[in-house]
Design a protein around this ligand. Structure first.
Ligand code: FES
Length: 96
């Protein structure tokens, strides 16, 4: 059995735009490396993105392969993954 090469780069699609990711990297890390700081917006339009970086605050929620509410900071990037960043109108539990 061989482990994935950490230097192997693959693409994930973020709202249809391909960005590079590496094995072992989280979705949040790939987004940040690609310069994407805002992952979603609250009902009032306030930007949200990487905050705690360890799965506690739920500020980094994205939709992964059609499954909403996934924490980008603890979800590993996989080749061919389809990520959608929720629009500002979407209500997310915990928003005030
Ligand atoms: S940044 Fe806090 S849960 Fe992801």
């Amino acid at each position: 059995m061989s482990l994935p090469d950490e230097d192997q780069v693959f693409n994930i699609a973020v709202d249809g735009q391909l960005i590079p990711a590496r094995h072992g990297q989280t979705i949040a890390a790939a987004l940040m490396a690609a310069g994407r700081r805002v992952f979603r917006r609250t009902q009032s339009g306030a930007p949200r993105g990487l905050f705690c970086g360890m799965g506690v605050c739920f500020e980094c929620l994205v939709t992964v392969d059609g499954v909403a509410g996934q924490r980008a900071c603890i979800t590993p990037a996989r080749p061919g993954m389809q990520i959608h960043l929720p629009p500002g109108e979407e209500k997310v539990d915990g928003d005030d």
